[in-house]
Design a protein. Structure first.
Length: 73
């Protein structure tokens, strides 16, 4: 696993935001978006809208990627 998260910008509903994820999670996030035939920004909005409580967007993305790989079995 990569040692340091990499920061990338996303646009959510017209607003720019930065998300820091490890390289493996960026790869998984891109794979999940491709599997769902969505762009990264579109998927990020969906994840953002479905996250619960005070969980951060980066954590919500990591969990979505984890669920994607678990469901692939």
């Amino acid at each position: 696993m990569s040692a340091r998260p990499a920061k990338h910008s996303l646009t959510l509903r017209g607003h720019r935001t930065s998300v820091s994820l490890e390289a493996e999670f960026w790869h998984g996030f891109r794979e999940l978006a491709a599997a769902r035939e969505m762009g990264l920004n579109e998927l990020a909005v969906e994840i953002d809208e479905s996250r619960e409580g005070d969980i951060g967007l980066a954590s919500a993305i990591r969990l979505a990627v984890l669920r994607h790989y678990q469901q692939r079995g």
